[in-house]
Each structure stands twice: as C-alpha cells, then as structure tokens.
Design a protein around this ligand. Structure first.
Ligand code: ATP
Ligand code: ZN
Length: 283
C-alpha cells in the first residue's frame, strides 16, 4: 500500500486527480474528505494543503506527494523528486513597481521585498550579494507595493496578468517550476514495486500527451519521400487505398516537430491529413 498526498483544493488539485484517472486509478473525489482509497490500485490518497505535503512526505505520513517544485525547494525537506509531471507550470519572480528604476539586481539593495517564499528569496539575494529586507506574508503578496508595505515582491507568475493589474513589472526570475512527484527515501520492497507500477503508467500518459497519431493519404510515387519524414514507433504503417496509386500512411509525431512536419508532408503531396490525440503510449 502506497500513501499519496495531493492538494485538497487549488491549482494542482484537478490536474492531480486527472493524472490518477488517466493512469486508470479510480478514486472518489475527496472535496470534503481527508483521505480516500483507490478501488483498483494499492493506493491511499490524502488531500492536504500543498505547503504541508513535503513535511508529511519527509515524516512518512505520506509516501509520495504531488506538489509544485516551488514548494519543494522552499520547504527544503528531506524528500526526493521522482518525476516531473508537466502541469502547474509557473515561475517564481521578483517584481517592482512599473515606474521604478531598475537596471540590475543591485537596484534591490536595502529594499523591502514581500514574499511567501522567504527561503528561496534569501538564497537568491545571497547568491547575488544583495542585502534586502524580506517581509514574509502568506497571501495577496502582489498588493504589498501598492499599499506601501514593500518596494518589491517575490511571487509566482504564470501569465503575468496579476502583476500587470497591480502596476508591477517582472525583473528577475528565480525559479521555473512545475508539479512534481516527490517521495521519501525508505520504501519497502512492495512499496517500491507499487511505485514502479505507478510510474510506468505515468510515463505512458506523459508520452501520449507529447505525441499525436497522424493518418494521411499519399500518392504512391511520393511514398518513399513521405515515409522518410515519419519515424513512427518502429516505422510507419502503409496500407493501400481503394483508389489505385494511393496509400494510407499512419504514424506518430511528437508535439515539438508537429507543425514543421505537417507543412513538409503537405508540400510533398500528402492529402487528407488527420491528427488524433493518443491516450496512452507504451514503448
Ligand atoms: P493551499 O490552500 O493548498 O495552500 P495555495 O493557495 O498555496 O493552496 P495555489 O494557488 O492553489 O496554492 O497554487 C498551488 C501551486 O500551483 C503553486 O504552489 C504552484 O506550484 C502552482 N501554480 C501554477 N501557476 C501558478 C500561479 N500563477 N500562481 C500561483 N501558483 C501557481
Ligand atoms: Zn499553499
């Protein structure tokens, strides 16, 4: 039995639940619960505040947890990062009033910085040999400069719209973050086996997200050129079409080469290109 801690509510809750679902693990939604049990996998799920998850994992109250790297590094507990999960992406940045003069990091010398991330902020300032006053506040950090509480903030940013609407500009990025799976360091043999089972599924889900299934029609005289552009998992599937001189080609393309390849395939004579999401992918 493995005990997993996920965020009870907030930005990581839904994606964490979705990941479990995509891994074929059935759990009831725990909106009002502290704990639930998967019906088809040896997993207990605890619903907690994200800030508490590293501590619970360090203590072994939970064996594994899903939490932002920002929280993992800020809390600095004795846990290991097992896997990056690709959601909850954001960055931890320093921002100052839009009108403030800012040439480089030394503009922060002697200034007051409001943050919920005192450890990471201090570490960053020390590394850059800047001494500033850190004011730890737990929420609504972005309003601190506007109400005269601080000169700058260090906070999480994703689109930047919150900074913009509070008259702030981003000047330094301390950390790029995403949700990760963390774990403690002493798994029993059976826990390790369960974790590996879970990771096998997580990898299949992640891989599928990064790939698309592509079907297209190709004139036979262009077939070799078109196949050359499509690696597929082993090699592309080629089937004759009912229409003489044409074939149907099926393959897998990764997200990052996708648009470039599609344009080249079209230019090479491919027609009727269909692109389909893949649910799971096991190599
Ligand atoms: P809790 O009640 O669990 O303590 P919280 O208010 O601390 O919740 P959320 O705002 O739900 O936390 O954010 C949880 C995590 O989502 C963050 O720690 C971070 O990893 C990630 N995240 C992604 N984008 C953003 C963003 N724009 N602002 C804040 N967090 C973000
Ligand atoms: Zn939190």
């Amino acid at each position: 039995m493995l005990k997993l801690a996920i965020q009870k509510s907030g930005r990581l809750h839904e994606d964490s639940m979705k990941l479990l679902k995509e891994c074929g693990i059935a759990i009831s939604n725990g909106a009002n619960k502290l704990k639930t049990e998967a019906s088809n996998f040896p997993l207990h799920v605890f619903f907690l505040r994200d800030d508490d998850i590293p501590q619970y994992v360090e203590d072994g109250v939970a064996d594994i947890g899903i939490v932002g790297e920002n929280v993992v590094f800020e809390k600095n507990k004795s846990v290991r990062v097992i896997e990056q999960l690709g959601f909850g992406t954001c960055r931890l940045s320093i921002a100052v009033m839009r009108g403030a003069e800012y040439n480089n990091i030394h503009a922060l010398e002697g200034k007051r910085i409001a943050t919920s991330y005192p450890f990471l902020t201090r570490q960053f300032l020390e590394k850059n040999e800047v001494s500033a006053e850190i004011h730890e506040i737990s929420g609504s950090v972005e309003i601190a400069p506007g109400i005269g509480l601080s000169d700058a903030i260090c906070d999480l940013v994703s689109s930047g719209s919150t900074l913009l609407s509070n008259g702030l500009k981003e000047v330094e990025t301390i950390l790029y973050s995403q949700a990760v799976l963390i774990g403690h360091r002493q798994f029993s043999k059976s826990q390790q086996e369960t974790l590996e089972k879970l990771l096998f599924r997580v990898h299949a889900v992640k891989k599928a997200k990064n790939n698309k299934y592509v079907l297209l029609n190709a004139p036979n005289d262009k077939l070799q050129e078109i196949i050359g552009m499509l690696p597929g998992m082993k090699s592309p599937t080629v089937l004759p079409l009912a229409e003489e001189g044409w074939s149907s080609v099926h393959s897998v393309l990764s997200e990052d080469e996708f648009w470039d390849k599609i344009e080249r395939l079209k230019a090479a004579g491919a027609q009727g290109i269909l692109v389909v999401p893949i649910e799971k992918m096991v190599m």
